[in-house]
Write a protein that binds this ligand. Structure first.
Ligand code: ZN
Length: 409
């Protein structure tokens, strides 16, 4: 009997220890603060603008941040392809948004960033943005503008999102984001994405050395200062990650090469300077190979490929959404039919120049302070943010966590 009692006491002791361990784990889980990420995109913010123009707040923010020498965009170095690359961790050939305007032969539909029917059509988006994966794992997310956020990709929107309004003031964006942060913890988005176009617009219209570009940088600098200081007053800590989708460069208007007009008669052509996407609609008597040869024979400053032959370094040869034939232009050159150019542009190769590179500056509890890594590709951002948020990546991506992990504490 005595022996039985001892056994019973021992069993009870084991069970009690297990129970109390479980209880203390639960306490730890409750006390452990939730991670938050605020991802801010400054469209067209060239990698060297902080050094060149020394905006007061961003200079200080960059210095204290975990950052990259520069952030390398994916090809083509355009806005929508790269915002999707940042948030899906995938190259455009895999996430499907291969240009700002393109034709999708698989859907028999055209995509255009200015057309609501297209940007809200989930069929165009072939990989899941981080907000979709987070929502699937029961995490709340929000977007105050981000390419793709207005489409129910695999049936899922961010918990909160806004229809893009180019004229929404900076103040509205700041207040909108703060209001989300003031929601009760269970509804509060742990991932928020937002976007500012001003610096890209000024770079295109007025160029690299313009007063207008400097004014746009300073305006955005003031906005980021206000947003960051208000976010830092909240009673929880937020990781703030500032990125850009691509760089910008001035180029001479005289560097313009016209495409032959027969091309427009025989093919569906999407001329999105400095790349041109050419789709076979069965109208031409030439084979695609003959057309490529004909174009390249008269080209001085561009080179055309059947899409499967686009050099592998561009990661763009998997889908003819980029055209059955794609023409790439030499740096600082334009091609098309109209002769129209702007003062600055992007879209050229991201290799052998830093002109197309953007920025990555991050601060917050997850990041080291004043720490720099070399240039890396933007597809590696998504797995880093997933790691911070504790989101399991349950879908194929091209980026790798190891590449940017050294930025983390
Ligand atoms: Zn852009």
């Amino acid at each position: 009997m005595k022996r039985l009692l001892i056994i019973a006491v021992l069993l009870c002791l084991n069970a009690c220890t297990a129970e109390s361990k479980k209880a203390s784990n639960t306490v730890v889980d409750i006390v452990k603060p939730k991670p938050y990420v605020l991802l801010i995109s400054l469209d067209g913010f060239r990698w060297d603008y902080v050094d060149k123009y020394k905006p007061e707040f961003l200079s200080e923010f960059a210095k204290k941040s975990a950052h990259l020498t520069s952030l390398r965009p994916a090809f083509p170095t355009k806005t929508f392809p790269n915002h999707l690359s940042i948030i899906t961790g995938s190259y455009p050939e895999n996430h499907g948004i291969v240009a700002n305007r393109f034709y999708a032969p698989d859907l028999k539909k055209s995509y255009n960033i200015k057309e609501s029917n297209a940007v809200t059509n989930a069929d165009f988006y072939l990989r899941k943005p981080l907000w979709v994966i987070a929502e699937e794992q029961d995490m709340r997310t929000a977007s105050y503008f981000w390419p793709g956020s207005e489409a129910a990709i695999t049936g899922i929107y961010p918990s909160h999102y806004k229809t893009y309004n180019h004229n929404a003031t900076h103040h509205e964006r700041i207040e909108g984001i703060l209001n989300w942060y003031k929601l009760p913890s269970s509804e509060r988005p742990q991932l928020i994405t937002t976007y500012f176009h001003d610096i890209d617009s000024a770079g295109h219209h007025f160029g690299q050395d313009s007063a207008e570009l400097i004014a746009a940088i300073n305006k955005v600098d003031d906005t980021i200062r206000e947003m960051v200081s208000k976010v830092r007053l909240l009673d929880f800590e937020v990781n703030i990650v500032i990125v850009s989708d691509h760089g910008m460069v001035d180029y001479p208007a005289k560097n313009y090469e016209y495409l032959p007009t027969w091309l427009n008669d025989e093919y569906k052509v999407v001329a999105t300077n400095p790349i041109v996407l050419i789709y076979d609609e069965g109208k031409s008597k030439r084979t695609l190979a003959e057309t490529v040869a004909e174009l390249n024979q008269q080209a001085n400053h561009y080179q055309c490929y059947q899409y499967q032959d686009i050099p592998t370094k561009f990661n763009a040869s998997k889908t003819n959404r980029i055209g059955d034939i794609t023409c790439l232009t030499d740096k600082d050159w334009s091609i098309g039919f109209t002769g129209k150019t702007s003062k600055g542009n992007h879209g050229w190769s991201q290799f052998n120049t830093k002109d197309m590179d953007g920025i990555f500056y991050a601060t917050g509890p997850a990041f080291k302070e004043s720490f720099q890594l070399a240039t890396v590709e933007n597809v590696n951002i998504m797995p880093l943010l997933a790691q911070i948020l504790g989101v399991d990546i349950t879908t194929p991506i091209d980026g790798k966590l190891e590449i940017m992990k050294p930025l983390l504490k």
